[in-house]
Design a protein. Sequence first.
Length: 250
Amino acid sequence: MQARIFPQALEMSPGFNYASRMKNAALARNITALRKHLKKNQADFAEMFDTAQPTVSKWESGQTIPEGENLSLLVELSGVGTRAFCDTPWSPPKGNGQGSGIIMSPEDFADELGLALIDEVDLALGMGATYLDGTAEVKGRAPFRMEWLRGLYDGPVSALKVVQGRGDSMEPTIRDGDIVLLDTSSRRLDDQDMIWAVSYGDLGMIRRLRRLPSGALLMSPDNPVVRPTEAHDGECHIMGRVIFIGRRMG
């Protein structure tokens, strides 16, 4: 689940820097060929990557190398593997475009594999109840099997967000680096002592919530060393309910 390079670049191992092994000239020629195949000028091509025209110009001249999500999208558009696109001459698909070389969006590719792509955001930057509604910066997209999701959750997939646990305030339930799945469509505190993502002050955090007789919200960590906090008069905003916690083993 930690891989955020999707879909053709799933062959890239986490932590392994393919950029160090690329043949710059071959990659530059392939990027140019791909752009022309898509009938895009450099400015229009740059918009597909949410970048600027000079960046594409540098890719095509070999001055810089696309990495991360930019490289992932290039590989997806090319329809070949990462090594093939980076190190060997690429040519557009022939005929009707079927077979190798077919151009598919990440969403289409995921749908064919029975996967859903869930945005991963940085909860620590949360500012208010609507932070996860579209203003949050997306760090990546995590693939989940749709069949598994539907056994867990019957709401809109678009309302789901992935965040990573930070620190030890929710130990032992949530550990640093754990994968946490949030349902941002659920913001009503119907059940006491459930785990929620909240915005308190300028930061986002994960806590158990309980409504006190006074009307205040008690935000409780699971780590007994960390003290609970009472929030009054709109100080705490619920951003979503935690519906799944995943942990890497080993």
